[in-house]
Design a protein around this ligand. Structure first.
Ligand code: MG
Ligand code: MG
Length: 266
């Protein structure tokens, strides 16, 4: 299994692509209110990405059936875990949550990041799911240092979320990232400490816990994109692209602007 280690010059390019993803998500955050459709959000995202000289990587990306993704972002509302297709029928309403996954290709390198937003006033137990999922992402990143193993990341995410009684999706994982959006290795959100590939400085990976409030079983929607929880309960998804270094990973994507906008909501 070949894993591409990145040079500092390549990491600089990856940082730019990922900062643009962060800026796009923050721009969308300003528009996430009851009454807006997921298609409107998609249009805003595509314009924003192209205005900044990048390509929305998700547009046209094939599913396992060879069908191209129609949108520029994935918009996954409530019980949709990931890969929700933006459309005009899905209008956000007070109390919803929406995970927006966004990818950009800028100067030959990929950015990839996801954030679950609250729409209006969200139930406290759902906010707790969001808070826990985001915490688990940072606990995973803490483990992502040279000399540790992939299993250290997965175990950190899994333990934190399962301690709260949440489900950890097994069928989907994080991934290496660089010139391609999906490179090796896969980065599961579960595992055992000390197991799996050992991590090296210069590896760039996306860590992305997908966590359910109830059972971890999922279905594929008839549109062959959206992945939903079988029990209909909500799911959260937070993702950062990071560069592995000695001592501490560098987070290349950013939630800073979104969090400024949101304030202290959990
Ligand atoms: Mg993503
Ligand atoms: Mg990803």
């Amino acid at each position: 299994m070949e894993v591409f280690l990145k040079t500092e010059d390549e990491i600089n390019l990856m940082r730019r692509a990922n900062q643009l993803v962060g800026a796009t998500l923050a721009e969308l955050g300003k528009h996430i209110k009851p009454g807006i459709s997921t298609l409107q959000l998609d249009t805003i995202a595509e314009e924003f990405i192209r205005d900044h000289g990048a390509i929305p990587t998700f547009k046209g990306f094939p599913n396992p059936f060879g069908e191209p993704f129609p949108g520029s972002i994935c918009t996954s509302v409530n019980n949709i875990v990931v890969h929700g297709v933006p459309d005009e029928k899905t209008i956000l309403k007070d109390g919803d949550i929406i995970s927006i996954d966004c990818g950009t290709l800028l100067d030959g390198y990929n950015g990839d990041s996801c954030y679950t937003f609250c729409v209006g006033e969200v139930a406290p137990e759902v906010k707790h799911l969001l808070k826990t999922t985001k915490e688990s992402l940072y606990l995973g990143i803490e483990q992502a240092v040279a000399g540790k193993h992939l299993g250290d990341i997965g175990a950190a995410v899994q333990e934190h979320c399962e301690n709260e009684g949440y489900g950890v999706i097994r069928e989907l994982a994080g991934h290496g990232i660089g010139k391609e959006m999906h490179e090796k290795p896969q980065v599961p959100n579960y595992g055992h400490r000390g197991n799996g590939m050992s991590l090296k400085a210069g590896m760039c990976i996306a860590i992305e816990p997908m966590i359910t409030m109830g059972d971890r079983q999922i279905w594929l929607l008839p549109d062959k994109w959206g992945i939903i929880t079988r029990d209909g309960k909500p799911a959260a998804h937070f993702e950062h692209t990071i560069a592995i270094r000695e001592g501490k990973a560098e987070i290349l994507s950013t939630f800073e602007e979104i969090e400024k906008l949101e304030g202290d909501i959990y």
